[in-house]
Ligand binder design. Structure first.
Ligand code: NAD
Length: 253
């Protein structure tokens, strides 16, 4: 059954890249969106785009790994938009290096943003979902969860996100809350551009190299991920929970 209730979503790491694409798509779906990123000012462009298209959005500045900032950001969303019942844990960073060269700080940063961040955000928002008897959580994993050279920290965090997601699905299912993970492959964003730079390749060369291995023969775009988020957060997807969807232009284990 569908309903006309206006849903309120928080999308983290939404100033650019996949998060911005997801925010725009959810707004187009009729959801009011809190565009959250480290820097509130950086969220303004995405907010303006949503408003220009007739949607509703606010900018929220917060570090998802900071417990107090997370609490304050959720309070701001409740005060300015209403109680959130959709959460997309998308904020992410990479600090790639081969294991023997990986610093403890780079390990901790990646764990902190992806795992602690998703935990803090979800814990802060779940009460609005359980009180409403309806909620949708989507967590960004990665094909790197299957293992990727130079990404011991990121691969561990993204595999951890999958276990976290399945546990949320088990704990929150009886409250009408679903939790699913999306594991993107190669998506053209600033994160990928930074990877190309670190490997000493131009973005175009790096893309050509990556696309050779992608069955559909192209790089992914934020809209490809946003489409999957739109499905998982839709009213009628209430029986789909605890899943990991690889959105990578081909099969992944
Ligand atoms: P991106 O670097 O373009 O954007 C990430 C955003 O997260 C940035 O705006 C950044 O400011 C924000 N962010 C970082 N740390 C934060 C924090 N502590 N608190 C709040 N915001 C923070 O990256 P993207 O490519 O759009 O990636 C989005 C998500 O998708 C990430 O979780 C990433 O790991 C995942 N992912 C991306 C790809 C890809 O190919 N681009 C592939 C697999 C998974």
């Amino acid at each position: 059954m569908t309903t006309t209730t206006t849903r309120i979503a928080i999308v983290t790491g939404a100033a650019r890249g996949i998060g911005a694409g997801v925010s725009k798509r959810l707004a187009a779906d009729g959801v009011a969106v809190a565009v959250l990123d480290l820097d509130e000012a950086a969220c303004q462009a995405a907010v303006a785009e949503i408003e220009d298209a007739g949607g509703r959005a606010i900018a929220v500045g917060a570090d998802v790994a900071d417990e107090e900032a997370v609490k304050a950001s959720v309070e701001k969303v409740v005060a300015e938009l209403g109680e959130p019942t959709i959460l997309v844990n998308n904020a992410g960073v990479i600090r790639d290096n081969l294991l023997f060269k990986m610093s403890t700080a780079d390990w901790d940063t990646v764990m902190s943003v992806h795992l602690r961040g998703a935990f803090l955000m979800t814990r802060a928002v779940q009460r609005y979902m359980t009180e409403a008897g309806w909620g949708r959580i989507v967590n960004l994993s990665s094909t790197s969860a299957l293992g990727n050279r130079g990404q011991a920290n990121y691969a561990a965090a993204k595999a951890g996100i999958q276990g976290f997601t399945k546990t949320l699905a088990i704990e929150l299912g009886k409250y009408g809350v679903t939790a699913n993970a999306i594991a993107p492959g190669f998506i053209e964003t600033e994160m990928i551009m930074a990877t190309a730079e670190r490997m000493g390749m131009t973005f175009e060369d790096f893309k050509a190299y990556a696309v050779r291995e992608i069955p559909v023969g192209r790089g992914g775009r934020p809209a490809d991920i946003a489409h999957a988020v739109s499905f998982f957060t839709s009213e009628d997807a209430g029986y789909v929970s605890g899943q990991v969807l690889y959105v990578a232009g081909g099969p992944k284990a």
